[in-house]
Design a protein around this ligand. Structure first.
Ligand SMILES: C=Cc1c2[nH]c(c1C)Cc1[nH]c(c(CCC(=O)O)c1C)Cc1[nH]c(c(C)c1CCC(=O)O)Cc1[nH]c(c(C)c1C=C)C2
Length: 519
């Protein structure tokens, strides 16, 4: 048995880890186009300050993630965000002046904000019972579902902001059935219910072994690692590298994958050290590539020995969002800069997204108060609550882009010595932040940052368009079909953020369950 895993992001690494255990006698080949593994999980030390360019925390409800952490022996590196902490309790939305009657500026998502929507909230259960499904019974956008149940104002002010914070997408585009828990399939519901205290799930086979992590995370709303999210991907990489039956091909893009009429697969890739193309015949393949990339490499190169498929795999059906992640470090404790909490999200403008980025609308989706979550990552013994008042610096992350046109051109990380050292787009973003924060204090002045780092994450989050779930079901059925019907005989499995969920636990769960049908 020779298994090829395509893509060295979280899903691909997770799949390689699970498959190497499940099939110890198989040869496992992992192909990654770039040099570093780990996909969008990117952590960087700037001196003693840890900066994250992708996901930064995990929720403790993903048994597959916990099981992996235990298997890799990295439990001692966990940093827990307690449920009682301000980062867990205080989440804000920024309401633009004039967007909602009687409210503007940074508002805590809590009773006073929800009081504005009292009537929509009171009538929501009845409307949900009556109108859960769209009149035609088909999938619809999150915005259209929320507008029906909660009203337009709530769908725009809160719904769009929430979608920005998870999918960096337009809630009017995103599928309700693929993203809202009410519409989850039975299997998926079980997965979502599969919290640290409830592992009775048949989605995870065999049952996960999470040791004492359950106790450690009992009072956590989220967790990360002392050295950031890359701790997980580095540990996976090291674990795989130590295995004699695993071979990692870096800088080795897969160029073509075909199922031939004789039911054998052919995979060609270009190697890192030579410009020549090599070909192998894996018996099984797990693709953890973005779906459009898989689409491009599975186009038949010749009809001579490959069969064109007549049922589409829908690999090109969804667009994806690009996010600019701007880490900013300011001098002094967070209490001088921003309120205590997780951060804030900004709803879409009532008039919709602009077609061009401007200084007036640079496309800020939200801001994360990193120092309030895991200040211990910055080589400190202070808790985030202590750091809030006594810390030596404040770390925040501004997220931009998604449905907005991208605003910041490539920018090298820098320690500005004066405001004039700061590129114009970052100066403009600082002005917007200053406006957001100044409503909280009189005479507010945002100091110039002592460091900034920009990550341009292109096409990092797929946007599931309505119909996504049925398209993915059709794809999975097609992959299982015989070659004579244009299928892949169950020898190709497709996982990754483009298929069954974009969160880190979703990707790790899909990786963990890869190849179960090959047993
Ligand atoms: C690069 C930016 C990302 C944005 N969303 C995601 C990334 C990687 C993915 C994502 N973010 C969250 C979830 C849900 C997690 C879950 O429920 O288990 C997903 C799939 C929630 C979230 N949003 C933000 C943070 C810090 C978190 C916690 C998880 C994480 O660390 O990623 C902040 C945030 N993310 C984005 C925006 C625009 C934003 C704004 C404040 C986009």
């Amino acid at each position: 048995m020779q298994i090829a895993v395509l893509g060295g992001g979280l899903s691909g690494l997770g799949a390689a880890h699970a498959l190497a255990h499940r099939f110890p006698a198989a040869q496992l080949l992992l192909f990654e186009r770039g040099r570093p593994l780990g996909g969008w999980a990117q952590s960087l030390h700037h001196g003693r300050i840890l900066l994250e360019g992708g996901p930064r925390t995990l929720r403790p409800n993903g048994a597959a993630a916990l099981e992996l952490i235990r298997a890799l022996g990295i439990e001692d590196q966990l940093l827990v965000v307690p449920k009682s902490s301000p980062a867990s309790k205080n989440r804000y939305v920024y309401i633009r002046p004039g967007q909602l009657p009687g409210l503007s500026g940074l508002c805590v998502v809590g009773p006073s904000l929800l009081r504005q929507f009292l009537w929509p909230i009171i009538r929501a259960p009845l409307r949900y019972a009556l109108y859960k499904n769209a009149p035609d019974g088909q999938d619809e956008s999150v915005d259209s579902f929320m507008s029906r149940i909660l009203g337009d104002d709530m769908a725009t002010a809160l719904g769009s902001a929430l979608i920005h914070g998870i999918y960096a997408a337009d809630s009017r585009q995103l599928s309700a059935h693929a993203t809202l828990p009410f519409f989850s399939s039975k299997d998926r519901k079980k997965f979502l219910e599969n919290s640290a205290s409830n592992f009775e799930s048949d989605v995870l086979q065999p049952w996960p072994n999470v040791g004492n992590l359950h106790n450690k995370l009992e009072h956590a709303s989220a967790f990360s690692f002392k050295d950031g999210m890359e701790t997980l991907t580095r540990a996976l990489e090291e674990h795989l590298e130590a295995k004699s039956n695993v071979h990692i091909f870096r800088e080795s893009p897969v160029l073509n994958l075909a199922m031939r009429k004789d039911r054998t697969m052919q995979l060609s890739y270009s190697g890192s050290t030579s410009t020549s193309v090599s070909t192998i015949n894996p018996t099984h393949v797990v693709s953890a590539l973005p779906l459009p990339t898989l689409h491009s490499i599975t186009q038949p190169r010749n009809t001579h020995d490959t069969l064109p498929s007549n049922v589409p795999l829908h690999l090109n059906a969804n667009p994806s969002s690009s996010v600019h992640v701007l880490n900013l470090v300011f001098p002094g404790p967070p209490a001088n800069i921003h309120p205590s909490g997780f951060g804030y999200l900004i709803p879409r403008p009532r008039e919709g997204y602009p077609t061009q980025a401007t200084d007036a609308q640079p496309g800020i989706l939200g801001v994360v108060f990193d120092s309030c979550t895991c200040s211990e990552q910055d080589d400190s013994n202070l808790t985030p609550e202590e750091w809030y008042h006594k810390g030596t610096h404040t770390k925040i992350t501004v997220m931009l882009g998604g449905p907005y046109p991208l605003y910041i051109p490539p920018t090298t990380p820098n320690f500005p010595t004066s405001t004039t050292d700061i590129p114009h787009p970052i100066q403009i973003i600082l002005k917007h932040l200053s406006t957001h924060f100044s409503q909280l204090k009189s005479n507010y002045a945002l100091p110039p940052p002592i460091y900034y780092h920009l990550w341009r994450n292109v096409n990092c989050i797929p946007t599931y368009l309505p119909g996504h779930r049925s398209r993915m079901d059709e794809m999975k059925t097609m992959l299982k079909k015989d070659v004579s019907e244009g299928g892949w005989n169950g020898k190709l499995e497709v996982i990754g953020a483009g298929v069954d969920g974009v969160s880190v636990p979703d990707c790790l769960l899909a990786g963990r369950n890869a190849g179960l049908s090959w047993l």
